[in-house]
Design a protein around this ligand. Structure first.
Ligand code: GTP
Ligand code: MG
Length: 227
């Protein structure tokens, strides 16, 4: 079985100072709350709180990662049916942080017109959201970056929204496969201007790499508080 000790420490990782560890503990001991589901952009909550969005293909594990981060099984709805999350779902963690669970893309069975509409809504959301501090773009470690992910990365580069890649479901692959996919993913990430250099590596199922994601989030808030 794979555990945290097998993950190579990424040189780009945030430095885990005592202050950061304390703040991370405090933040993730707060009670997460569901705020609202948004189908149209005129329904968005006020953009006055630091926001972090979870994007990626249908079924990649966005809702599961969110639940693992806040240690709740059923905050965000997970499912075996791809395309379950159809709206922008907002959650709060303390008064400092909003999480957004974005609808998954690449769900082939959705009608083209609906896909086109969602893409438009998503782009408008990404472009017009000053409080959106980072997008976690989730990539299934078994499959790596796919065409639809590249399109998403290019869109994020264009709208200049800072994003960070997160490998998911690493419990499903071997250590050798993980090393290979890490290398491949980093190579692609390097070419994208708005992509953060640190690659996060996770399993929501086995709770691997979750603290590193938590620390990354806490560090973003601490940064803003110090400004
Ligand atoms: P959409 O909302 O449809 O876009 O999907 P999503 O990205 O939110 O995926 P979700 O979290 O619902 O997970 C999809 C499936 O993958 C579920 O059956 C999860 O149990 C499973 N899954 C998620 N994370 C992991 C993981 O780390 N390991 C394993 N083995 N399975 C996982
Ligand atoms: Mg989901």
């Amino acid at each position: 079985m794979m555990d945290d000790s097998l993950i190579n420490q990424d040189p780009e990782a945030v430095e885990a100072t005592q202050e950061l560890l304390d703040y991370t503990n405090w933040l993730f001991s707060q009670d997460p709350k569901f705020i609202l589901s948004v189908a149209q952009l005129d329904q968005l909550p006020p953009a006055d709180t630091l926001e972090i969005a979870f994007a990626g293909r249908s079924n990649v594990g966005k809702s599961s990662l969110l639940n693992a981060l806040v240690r709740k099984h059923n905050l965000a709805r997970t499912s075996n049916t791809p395309g379950r999350t159809q709206m922008l779902n907002f959650f709060s963690l303390s008064e400092r942080l909003l999480f957004v669970d974005l609808p998954g893309y690449g769900y082939a069975e959705a009608p083209l017109k609906i896909i086109a509409n969602w893409n438009k809504t998503l782009r408008q959301y990404l472009m017009g959201r000053p409080s959106l501090r980072r997008v976690f773009l989730l990539i299934d470690a078994r499959h790596g970056i796919k065409e639809k992910d590249l399109e998403m990365m290019t869109m994020l580069d264009e709208v200049a929204v800072n994003y960070q890649l997160v490998l998911t479901k690493i419990d499903k692959i071997s250590q050798t496969e993980l090393t290979a996919i890490e290398e491949k993913t980093r190579k692609i990430a390097e070419k994208h201007t708005a992509c953060h250099p640190e690659l996060l590596i996770t399993s929501s199922e086995k709770k691997i790499g979750i603290d590193q994601v938590q620390q990354t989030i806490a560090a973003l808030i601490l940064d803003d508080l110090k400004r």
